[in-house]
Design a protein around this ligand. Structure first.
Ligand SMILES: NC(=O)c1ccc[n+]([C@@H]2O[C@H](COP(=O)([O-])OP(=O)(O)OC[C@H]3O[C@@H](n4cnc5c(N)ncnc54)[C@H](OP(=O)(O)O)[C@@H]3O)[C@@H](O)[C@H]2O)c1
Length: 243
């Protein structure tokens, strides 16, 4: 039996997604596929060469078109998202809609579209790159550092994303899917390097970790998954994050 793993990362033009595809492509037993919203020199430059698909989380047609080219898939990693500090008390509702559209409805469109390909293999893993920002328990705790971070619209969307992935778990567990969400840690990407976060981190004595470190951890967690770990919220070290 072939041990080849086919892994697709949604939102792989930069940051954590790009690094995931780079590290997956370096594995001899893995076919790595990355998506970007348009042409993407960084993905195209990866050696050995990876398959690159055009996909925008907001564009159903692009998602269906991408999915139609992938008949079989072991692991779907839903990584792409937006995040800035947009407090719910002051932002217009349309802005919250944008967060939900990209960070929740987009992943919904993507997961549904790739279900046939996932069902065509036995591995059947769906990994949602979430955030401690989506942890209700962490945000409700008095003096929570996370609540001073991106919080607001971003956290609202990530909490909804987490709940949606648990629903996918509930509906797919009979088919032996493994569905988890994963916090990548505080990572030095465009999202992690926003001025507000850097200021907060400096005060707390924290430094964003290199992307490659987070991604090594994420892939170790993914490698160690089995069906019994479905519906878990892990961080990049494999520790449980409270819902
Ligand atoms: N960095 C951190 O410290 C941190 C902490 C906790 C959680 N996370 C989570 O980790 C994941 C990756 O974050 P990152 O730090 O790597 O962020 P990033 O550097 O800002 O990259 C975001 C990625 O999402 C893609 N994206 C945004 N809107 C999209 C859309 N409409 N359709 C398709 N792709 C879209 C971007 O594509 P374009 O290049 O086309 O914009 C880019 O590839 C996110 O889910 C984020 O919430 C990050």
């Amino acid at each position: 039996m072939s041990t080849e793993q086919i892994v697709l990362v949604v939102g792989a033009s930069r940051g954590i997604g790009l690094s995931l595809v780079e590290q997956l492509a370096a594995r001899p037993d893995t076919t790595a596929i990355g998506t970007a919203r348009g042409s993407c020199a960084a993905l195209e430059a990866i050696t050995p060469k990876v398959k690159v698909l055009t996909l925008d989380l907001l564009d159903e047609e692009s998602i269906q078109k991408a999915a139609s080219t992938i008949p079989e898939l072991d692991t779907l990693i839903v990584n792409g998202a937006i995040g800035a500090r947009d407090p719910v008390t002051i932002i217009p509702t349309d802005k919250l809609f944008e967060y939900l559209n990209i960070n929740v409805l987009g992943p919904h469109r993507v997961i549904q579209a790739f279900l046939p390909a996932l069902r065509a293999r036995k591995t059947r893993r769906i990994i949602g790159i979430s955030s401690v920002g989506g942890s209700l328990a962490t945000h409700a705790a008095p003096g929570s550092l996370a609540a001073q971070g991106l919080a607001g619209c971003y956290s609202t969307s990530k909490a909804a994303f987490n709940m949606m992935l648990v629903q996918f778990h509930n509906e797919l567990q009979k088919e032996r899917f493994t569905v988890i969400v994963l916090h990548p840690g505080f990572v030095a990407t465009d999202m992690g390097n926003q001025a507000h976060l850097l200021k907060l981190a400096e005060k707390a004595g924290l430094v964003g970790m290199p992307v490659s470190t987070s991604v090594e951890g994420i892939l170790k967690v993914v490698d160690g998954l089995d069906h019994t770990k479905s519906a878990s919220f892990f961080d990049w070290k494999g520790d449980i994050v409270p819902w």
